[in-house]
Unconditional design. Structure first.
Length: 154
């Protein structure tokens, strides 16, 4: 974790950048935002069919929550504040995959994963196990991917 004063300076700069970004998305998405002493939140609901809705909450305790369509990642440790503009750009650009991991033998869902391609070979991902022991190798997993479209089509 960063020292509090360093984090707070970066937090203010990133929130200002995110405010500009989400304002620019208003023609293609419903944009809700909220600022409180302990967090900043935005919810993007795209007007375009098959685009990924998103909710991002950046907490001052150096944690964040991210909801991508139906996938939820809560209380995640912030590695770098610079990832948040990249995530918003990637989601609005349609670079999100929701992957369902299924057991090959039974077809049962064993895990769900959100993957956001940030560009330059980088990605943010979060995997939620649906079964108590759900390693892919243990279940011989197969994958089903759901892709999303960009908020704006050019």
């Amino acid at each position: 974790m960063l020292p509090e004063d360093v984090f707070n300076r970066g937090y203010e700069a990133v929130v200002a950048e995110l405010e500009r970004m989400v304002t620019a998305l208003e023609p293609v998405a419903r944009v809700d935002r909220e600022r409180a002493p302990t967090f900043w939140r935005t919810r993007l609901t795209p007007h375009t069919r098959n685009a990924c809705p998103m909710e991002l909450v950046i907490h001052r305790n150096q944690r964040f929550d991210l909801v991508l369509d139906t996938e939820v990642a809560e209380g995640q440790l912030i590695g770098a504040l610079s990832m948040f503009p990249k995530i918003v750009a990637a989601v609005s650009g349609g670079r999100v995959v929701l992957r369902t991991h299924r057991a090959q033998a039974t077809g049962a869902s064993v895990a769900r994963e959100a993957i956001v391609s940030l560009g330059e070979g980088d990605a943010w991902s979060n995997k939620n196990a649906l079964l108590a022991s759900s390693s892919d190798s243990e279940h011989g997993a197969v994958y089903a991917d759901r892709h999303f479209t960009p908020y704006a089509r050019h």
